[in-house]
Design a protein around this ligand. Sequence first.
Ligand SMILES: [Zn+2]
Ligand SMILES: [Zn+2]
Length: 116
Amino acid sequence: MMYWAIGYDEHWNRDIGFDVPAICDHPDCIAAIHRGVDHVCGGEPYGGDSGCGLYFCEAHLESKALDDGAEPTPVCAQCASGKPAFEPTPDTKEWVNYKETSNYWAGWRAYHQNKA
Ligand SMILES: [Zn+2]
Ligand SMILES: [Zn+2]
């Protein structure tokens, strides 16, 4: 299994990984989670074949066998019923502040400024 602390999701344009604090992507939920693989819809980073790749608390992931005889995959309510993904919840303030101030992200900031 892939194991990483911080990565980048090009589809949703945001940081992912178990070091990234976040709020559940369910629109009515404010549960604090992280964007690690335990919380991802689809059971793998970016959502794999069956999930949207958004991140949810335990209450908002259900286990569903998406094919006959397949292992159950954790998915959100939208994917479980074949609907379009939720609007993602914005990054937390802590995370945005951290990225703006931490030395770790200096290279990242320079890279993105050069691209803009
Ligand atoms: Zn989903
Ligand atoms: Zn939730």
